[in-house]
Design a binder for this molecule. Structure first.
Ligand code: HEM
Length: 585
């Protein structure tokens, strides 16, 4: 057989060329298959690959969520795997208990390089990147690097929770609700001839636009919308290219993406110039209002102040504004859309939500928000919307070679915790088919009356550890007039966005909470999670109490039910329209 192969090769130079070209791939495949069958340096089992050095790099860069799903399907019983990704090893952790251990050891598994990468992705100039890199763990040092003690990411990280909770949160939510209500009143005017007439529209698009504009007002003040009439379109056009920008390629290879980012940054710089015409940065800082029509929320201003103190340029400060604008909108809004969509698709759920919402409506049409966010059905629905529609791939860099359970994680490697896979795990979310399948949306999934403890307690302890890091920092003490004690800044455990509804005590459900990872975990657990929860629940309450909304069954028959668009990172928007008839009640 071998001799006939050799004689065939001798007769055909093209075959030789093919064999020569294919041999590195074949060799890599054979070698990686051999390696996959034995433990190398105690690492988790290797996923065989074909392309030398690159391994699964292209797949990961193109669709990290899809890569997690593929790996899970192929190796359904492995708790951790090793993939080769552009010359480095990446450990994919499917076991929620191991994931929790990793989140809780930030010294060994750092988020720092991702913070630096996001500054780059949103367009920070090199001068600012050099400052942000100071003291950042897990990144290569440029020649001449000097540590002068500046810690931009750490300073911001300390600031976020206080600015996104307590009185600051309350102000942002009230501005959000006021803007949303005003826009809805504009679009569906009360007491006019057309009032009460049915309007046919795509509810996904409608909620997206209304939530985006109200969120922008709550963060950047109402003036921004006046000077930037296309902000809604520009923002979502920019959002479409963020995944491309994450590839960190030269601008010439991504001209559209680079141009859209530039447009966003220029507009934000213009916003700042306009705000300065109204009051200088020093004046507004001295005055320190919770929110200002031109300067927006304290969050934006205080973050700029920390960046300025660290020597970050004005352009770099607006890079941060862009990051916060994107972080808030691109994640919180699709989840908000899903909550509305699911409540419309299920008429029984729709009726029950309305009956839970209405007792919290005040006589002037506003809402008791604390009553809403502690309502057990609404909380369960919010958690289910996160589970169903958010795919957060948490990434960490291994700082020291470390033992995790039976595996050795080597220094310099990466860790990927694929949130989507944890949240879709059938064994966890619908064991023995006792409850609706993990792929289905089930608003009551987090409600149960059994007694017990565990996973949720673990998560609460994790959140407490994260919170302890922020308490009593100098920045908070000196700069904020309205934020008082640590107690005032912290939401009660039962209103924390990742806690279970207060009535749920079932051990099974509590254990599942370790597998709910939309907001990452550990010290960088998303500080904006409460903002997201309040805005999403507020939107649902306002829409369902002020409007009659009915599915257009004929259109639904043609398009089918919306599904999450799974090839995205973070919150996954519905993949199609949902046409409804809507009118003011
Ligand atoms: C449903 C909505 C949201 C989701 C799914 C989400 C998800 C995440 C995730 C996965 C992380 C990284 C955590 C880690 O790997 O440990 C993160 C960090 C962060 N998020 Fe969110 N987020 C949401 C809403 C928001 C909002 C509304 C804001 C601000 C208004 C925000 C601000 C931030 C910030 C500033 C960080 C960085 C934290 C740090 O470095 O210390 N997020 N978020």
């Amino acid at each position: 057989m071998l001799s006939s192969l050799i004689s065939t090769l001798q007769g055909s130079p093209w075959l030789w060329i093919f064999v020569l070209l294919a041999s590195p791939f074949l060799g890599t495949w054979l070698l990686s298959n051999v390696n996959a069958r034995r433990s190398r340096n105690g690492e988790p089992p290797l996923i065989p690959y074909t392309v030398p050095w690159l391994g699964h790099g292209f797949f990961v860069a193109k669709d990290i969520t899809g890569f997690g799903t593929w790996a899970r399907k192929r190796y359904p019983h492995q708790d951790v795997l090793t993939a080769v990704v552009a010359g480095t090893h990446m450990y994919i952790v499917f076991d929620p208990k191991l994931a929790a251990i990793i989140y809780r050891r930030p010294k060994y598994f750092t988020f720092d390089p991702l913070a630096l990468l996001s500054a780059k992705v949103f367009g920070a100039p090199q001068h600012d990147l050099d400052i942000i890199a100071i003291g950042t763990h897990g990144v290569a040092r440029a020649p001449g690097y000097q540590d002068d003690g500046r810690r931009v990411h750490f300073d911001l990280h300390q600031l976020f929770p206080m600015l996104l909770e307590g009185p600051n949160l309350a102000t942002m939510i009230s501005k959000f609700m006021n803007a949303l209500t005003a826009d809805l009143n504009n679009e569906f005017p009360k007491d006019q001839d057309a009032s009460g007439e049915w309007v046919t529209l795509d509810i996904c698009d409608f909620v997206k636009k209304r939530m985006t504009l109200a969120s922008i007002t709550s963060l950047f003040g109402s003036h921004l919308r006046k000077i930037w009439p296309r902000i809604y379109e520009d923002f979502w056009e920019f959002d479409e290219v963020v995944q491309l920008l994450l590839l960190d390629l030269p601008h010439v290879l991504l001209p559209t993406a680079a141009a859209r980012r530039k447009k966003m940054l220029n507009r934000l710089l213009h916003w700042r110039e306009e705000a300065c015409k109204h009051k200088s940065f020093e004046e507004i800082q001295e005055e320190d209002p919770d929110w200002d029509k031109y300067w927006g929320a304290r969050l934006v201003r205080m973050s700029h102040s920390v960046l300025l103190k660290n020597g970050i340029s004005v352009e770099g400060q607006e890079v941060f504004s862009l990051g916060i604008l994107w972080g808030q909108n691109s994640n919180a809004i699709p989840v908000g859309i899903w909550m509305v969509v699911q409540s419309i698709l299920d008429s029984d759920l729709h009726r029950r939500i309305r009956s839970e919402v209405l007792p919290h409506r005040n006589s002037d049409g506003t809402f008791d928000m604390n009553g809403l966010v502690t309502n057990t059905l609404l909380k369960s629905m919010f958690l289910e919307a996160l589970r169903f529609s958010v795919a957060s791939p948490s990434l960490r860099v291994v700082m020291e070679t470390t033992q995790v359970s039976n595996y050795t994680f080597h220094k310099g490697s990466r860790v990927l915790i694929p949130g989507r896979e944890l949240q879709m795990e059938k064994r966890v979310w619908s064991p023995n088919n006792e409850v609706p399948d993990a792929l289905e949306f089930w608003a009551e999934r987090f409600l149960d009356m059994d007694k017990g403890d565990n996973g949720d307690a673990e998560r609460a302890a994790e959140a407490r550890e994260a919170n302890a890091q922020y308490a009593d920092t100098d920045i908070l003490k000196t700069k904020t007039k309205t934020a008082g004690t640590a107690d005032r800044r912290r939401p009660k455990t039962s209103t924390d966005a990742i806690s279970l509804p207060s009535s749920t005590t079932s051990k099974t459900i509590r254990d599942r909470m370790l597998s709910l990872r939309p907001f990452g975990g550990g010290v960088t657990l998303c500080p904006g999670r409460h903002v997201a929860m309040y805005k999403e629940i507020a939107t649902l309450a306002i829409l369902l109490s002020h409007f009659e909304i009915e599915v257009d069954e004929k259109a639904l028959g043609t398009t089918g039910r919306p599904q999450p668009r799974t090839c995205t990172v973070g919150a996954m928007a519905p993949d199609r329209k949902l046409i409804v008839r809507m009118r003011r009640r």
